[in-house]
Write a protein that binds this ligand. Structure first.
Ligand code: SF4
Length: 609
């Protein structure tokens, strides 16, 4: 524990150091560490696919304990897709295993001369030849490493997409948990690093086990008592397909519509009754939102971990596909190739709309499931049309005049499933998120959960913040979610535990951390840590060349109302939220953190106003 593992791929050397105390007290772990490494070690102008980029895999201080839903890890680097800060967070069992081996983070520098994988077996660390794995899919790679080193090793790996430097390639944990945004898999591929296999045998020390266990039980009781627990643990995130359709925000045909005519075919209940075999969970999680599914026969026959909401939409309604079996197959293939389903699906949807509008000569039809599935392979191999799709929506739209307005990205990162016209807090969160068009930085589900106006006042000082269709009262709510979200990502607690249920709150996390580590944390301490991380990321992005003009949304969401449904004619007015957001953040009118703010947060001053 408490160790950093440094890997110099060019020299083939590794070394171990203690985690600096200041990192732990000011950044916790996980995303806090990955962003701090970027801030300290990565030149903002570096080519993301060059050896100078640094890839950090970081766990959190609760990883490997019984703390609820806290077995995640974060991978960070400069993103090849956005040219800005990149990171991705994943569940599964890899994070705890890395801590069992005695490491809080692995910091990977340079580029190996040929394909290698990193084997970590407690104190034994070794770079091994991976020539026999190069070219193979994620599932095959994981199986081969389990066969070679024992079925108890936990593996993260890239597929063909990462090898071929697709800028939205994932790193996959155990084959089906995706560290899946901003192209961290391409950076791993650029380093000729195919996989990391880890096994650990250490116990995780807990400073006050009696009070820690009592707190864990209290959190479990609160989670189970929460009104969303029953549905979420039964249907997982797929319940959001139903919620999105009901609110008129089920992204359909690249966001031209918010109601999907084949919704009944892809609803969570149909999925449950037709294909789902079992619920599954990440390490130490009683929410068990994941699912295992089988398509028993037909052209889309497959059996694997099933899709989440994001995939169900971006490879489903967003491309017009209403066949659950086809979506399951596409999900399986994307995982095997190591592709971000949000970016891949949205790139395909963009191409289809270009075709619909006659902006390109080729004809691509909405709902053509076989075309979508074929595209995934072509993207992973950069083959034919796949080479164009592999550029991502922002770069594609630059080559197709007249398409910018419906290119669904922010800062180069393709937008997730939720249509932000039906949630103005989400709209603000995605416009300012430090990794681009991302819902998870803020994830202000509070506005979607039918909270009362009294609850709105009590939590965020505004009765209106509970109304998803208004901009009123959203800024304090989004800032709180961003700060607390950064804490969750750094403690490596799953946000479904904190923002799907609102059962585990900052005071609970402060207690869990205090009892686990022996270091006293208050709720205020944690929210300050979250604010510090948000500011470090903002400054890094500004150093990379981001401007406040990039804090925006696709024109579609700003000017085009939806044609029907509860959100009919609703558009997003960012101008009503952004100035207040910058002001409440203590940033200039141009969205630049002031020197006073940075110094007050104890951040070394580099590139601020
Ligand atoms: S809520 Fe779902 S994604 Fe989050 S830790 Fe639990 S099983 Fe994993």
């Amino acid at each position: 524990m408490d160790r950093l593992l440094w890997v110099d791929l060019a020299a083939g050397r590794t070394r171990k150091t203690r985690v600096p105390e200041e990192w732990k007290s000011c950044y916790l772990g996980g995303r806090g560490f990955t962003s701090r490494v970027l801030y300290d070690l990565v030149d903002a102008h570096v080519d993301p696919l060059s050896p100078e980029n640094v890839l950090t895999v970081a766990t959190g201080p609760l990883d490997g304990t019984l703390s609820p839903s806290s077995g995640r890890f974060t991978v960070g680097c400069k993103s090849p897709l956005t040219g800005l800060l990149g990171d991705a967070n994943s569940g599964g069992h890899f994070g705890p295993e890395l801590r069992f081996a005695g490491y809080d983070a692995v910091i990977i520098q340079g580029r190996a001369r040929g394909p290698v994988y990193l084997l970590i077996d407690d104190d034994h660390v070794e770079l091994r030849d991976a020539s026999h794995l190069w070219g193979r899919g994620v599932f095959d790679t994981v199986s081969a490493l389990e066969k070679a080193h024992g079925s108890d090793v936990k593996v993260i790996a890239i597929g063909q997409a990462g090898e071929n430097l697709v800028p939205y390639a994932n790193i996959m944990a155990a084959g089906h948990n995706a560290a899946g945004r901003t192209g961290v898999g391409a950076v791993m591929g650029s380093k000729n690093l195919k996989a990391i296999a880890v096994r650990g045998s250490r116990d995780i020390p807990v400073a006050d086990d009696e009070r820690f266990l009592a707190k864990v039980r209290e959190c479990h009781r609160k989670l189970i008592a929460d009104p969303t627990y029953a549905d979420f643990s039964e249907y997982g995130t797929l319940i959001l397909v139903d919620i999105a359709q009901a609110s008129g925000g089920l992204s359909t045909r690249n966001g031209q519509l918010g109601l999907f005519e084949h919704y009944e075919d892809i609803s969570s209940h149909v999925y449950q009754d037709t294909y789902k075999l079992a619920s599954k969970a990440c390490f130490s999680c009683i929410l068990h939102c994941k699912n295992y599914a089988r398509v028993a026969s037909g052209p889309y026959q497959c059996e694997n971990m099933g899709p989440e909401y994001e995939t169900m939409v971006t490879l489903g309604s967003r491309v017009g596909v209403g066949s659950l079996a086809a979506i399951l197959k596409a999900n399986q293939l994307a995982n095997d190739y190591g592709l971000d389903t949000i970016s891949a699906g949205t790139s395909i949807a963009f191409l289809m709309e270009c075709s619909q509008r006659g902006l390109i000569d080729e004809r691509y039809e909405w709902g053509d499931a076989d075309f979508v599935i074929d595209c995934l392979r072509k993207i992973a191999y950069r083959d034919g049309i796949g080479a164009f799709l592999a550029k991502g929506v922002k770069a594609m739209s630059r080559e197709i005049p007249g398409s910018e307005g419906f290119a669904l990205h922010v800062k180069g990162l393709e937008l997730p499933a939720f249509d932000v016209r039906t949630g103005k807090g989400f709209a603000l969160g995605e416009a300012v998120a430090s990794r681009g068009g991302d819902h998870l930085r803020a994830l202000p589900n509070f506005e979607l959960l039918s909270k009362t106006r009294e609850e709105g006042i009590r939590w965020f000082g505004s009765p209106d913040c509970v109304d998803p269709y208004t901009e009123n009262g959203k800024v304090p709510m989004v800032i709180w979610h961003e700060n607390y979200g950064a804490v969750c990502d750094s403690a490596e607690i799953c946000k479904y535990c904190t923002f799907a249920t609102y059962a585990v709150m900052p005071k609970d996390v402060a207690d869990l951390l205090t009892f686990a580590t022996g270091r006293a944390y208050s709720e205020t301490d944690l929210l300050t840590i979250g604010e510090r991380i948000v500011n470090v990321e903002r400054v890094f992005n500004l150093r990379c060349g981001m401007t406040p003009d990039d804090d925006t949304l696709p024109k579609r969401f700003l000017t085009e109302g939806l044609a029907e449904g509860p959100a009919k004619d609703v558009t997003v007015d960012l101008g009503r939220m952004l100035p207040e957001y910058y002001s409440r953040r203590g940033w200039t009118l141009d969205g630049v953190p002031t020197r006073e703010k940075i110094e007050a947060l104890g951040i070394e001053v580099k590139g601020v106003a």
